[in-house]
Design a binder for this molecule. Structure first.
Ligand SMILES: *Cc1c(COP(=O)(O)O)cnc(C)c1O
Length: 483
């Protein structure tokens, strides 16, 4: 390659110009968040996508920053907007601007060693531990999200079941099986695949609006044992992604105890009802009895992406599954390589970015009462939205609202096919117009509209306006003969 070699390193050539650019950008980002209501999702023009290709030439930070502002910033996921209720997407926090600025300045590697980021992470885990009612013997690690946290948790369970030798020898065909409600998130099946157990070994237990059918669970465990299989874990869901169902965690803890199973909870968003007011708070009663919990900071706590937590009741189980340090990583009695524990002994990653500071900043500045208040507000909004839906002619709820998720149809009197087509079209129209983001899901064969309220920017007026927009879109689509 014919490159001209330079010797000045990679820092800006002109710090004064860089400083001015950084200040202007910070102002723009603050404006952008303060005015989040003016920036719904918009489709990125298809012809602009190829322009993102990197030539590799290097155009300097001023030009590159201009391009970030004009070509990248406008085409976000849309989840910073007050009327974004699709899937379960966290809204983010302005506070993240501050903590991410500091985190990038420090550029910490959080695999281990003696520096403040590790202490911040321990403090964040300890706060979550107390909120969830886990004992002081618990350990944890911050990860990308609940998907990775589930791998960490189930690997700890697998290692407890088979012994530490299984890390070296593999599972040797051990017929381990686990159990979860039919509405469990796909990440649990994926974790079973990654652990070499296969997703068939995750038994799907029928469920009702009250969660897993406990008799069916007991019967399936008995049948598997009789067939010579080795039940090793039961996965409770605290807030199912589709319909927002909560398993009876206390009852699952009892069954796990009686059957000698590891009790894991997927509480990706729902675990944080621990911070909400009654009655929602009680949805997670019993979570404190789990052997492990996987949850997200980036959904209902609004911490900027990505950020999840694996919390393990007995730290020894987590270390047994993950600790392994070759000589070059050996801990030292003093100096930078001191200060056990190292987080690389608690999960998959060695080099790790600083995910803890943004959580620390949010909890330190907002406090539990405000964070919990926002969760309570979202549950109240889901109930309010449901009553708006129920009041409209020809709109119907398709599942009970348990906490923050509302699933409904906009045209109850039509056939299954027509409803499905109409609801799907309404979701597209409202997304494309920037009016509101609903996603869809299927209930009894009908494609329904679905709103998951994890949005701290939503106000009651948004609910009323969105229902009106649905009705308008429905009438428009009917009139234009789409059906
Ligand atoms: C989102 C979600 C997951 C996956 O979490 P990620 O953070 O996206 O990896 C797992 N379970 C439930 C219930 C979820 O809502």
């Amino acid at each position: 390659m014919d490159t001209e070699h330079t010797t000045e390193g990679l820092d800006p050539e002109d710090w004064d110009r860089f400083r001015a650019e950084a200040h202007a950008l910070l102002d723009l980002c603050v404006d952008r968040l303060q005015g989040a209501r003016d920036y719904p999702w918009q489709l990125m023009p298809r012809e602009d996508i190829p322009r993102l290709a990197l030539s590799g030439t290097g155009t300097g930070e001023v030009a590159a920053t201009r391009r970030m502002i004009s070509e990248i910033l406008p085409y976000h996921t849309g989840n910073t907007h007050p009327r974004f209720w699709g899937w379960v997407h966290g809204t983010g926090l302005a506070h993240g601007l501050l903590s991410e600025l500091v985190a990038t300045t420090m550029n910490s590697n959080c695999g281990g060693r003696d520096h403040v980021a590790s202490y911040v992470e321990r403090s964040v885990i300890d706060w979550a531990r107390r909120v969830m009612g886990f004992p002081e013997t618990a350990s944890g690690v911050l990860v990308t999200g609940t998907s990775q946290a589930t791998v960490v948790a189930l690997m700890s369970a697998r290692t407890r079941a088979l012994g530490a030798a299984s890390r070296k020898e593999g599972i040797q065909g051990a017929p381990l099986v686990a159990y979860a409600g039919a509405g469990v998130h796909s990440s649990s099946a994926k974790a079973m695949e990654l652990l070499g157990l296969g997703s068939d070994a995750l038994r799907s237990i029928p469920e009702t609006d009250q969660g897993m059918d406990l008799n069916a669970l007991r019967a399936r465990i008995a049948a598997d044992k009789a067939a010579g299989l080795r039940p090793f874990a039961v996965i409770g869901t605290a807030g199912s992604v589709d319909l927002g169902r909560f398993d009876n965690l206390d009852a699952l803890a009892d069954i796990a105890r009686d059957e000698g199973l590891w009790f894991h909870v997927d509480g990706a968003f729902g675990a944080w009802t621990r911070l909400a007011d009654a009655p929602w708070r009680h949805l997670t009663d019993g979570i404190e009895r789990a052997d492990s919990l996987a949850c997200d900071f980036h959904k209902w706590l609004s911490i900027p992406y990505d950020c999840g937590l694996a919390l393990i009741r007995d730290g020894a189980d987590q270390r047994a599954a993950f600790a392994s340090r070759p000589a070059y990583l050996e801990g030292q009695a003093a100096g930078l390589a001191g200060a056990e524990p190292w987080f690389c002994d608690y999960g998959v990653d060695l080099s790790r970015g600083d995910r803890a500071l943004k959580v620390w900043m949010a909890v330190e500045s907002l406090g539990e009462a405000r964070l919990g208040g926002s969760i309570t507000m979202n549950c109240q909004q889901a109930a309010r939205f449901a009553s708006e839906v129920a009041e409209r002619a020809d709109m119907d709820l398709m599942a009970p609202v348990i906490s923050n998720i509302c699933v409904f149809t906009a045209a109850a009197s039509l056939s299954t096919e027509e409803q499905s087509a109409l609801n799907t079209r309404i979701s597209h129209e409202l997304q494309l117009s920037g009016e509101a983001v609903f996603s869809t899901t299927k209930v009894d064969g009908v494609t329904c509209l679905r709103a998951a309220f994890v949005n701290h920017r939503t106000r009651d007026e948004d609910l009323v306006a969105a229902v009106a927009a649905i009705v308008e879109a429905r009438e428009h689509l009917k009139m234009s003969g789409v059906l």
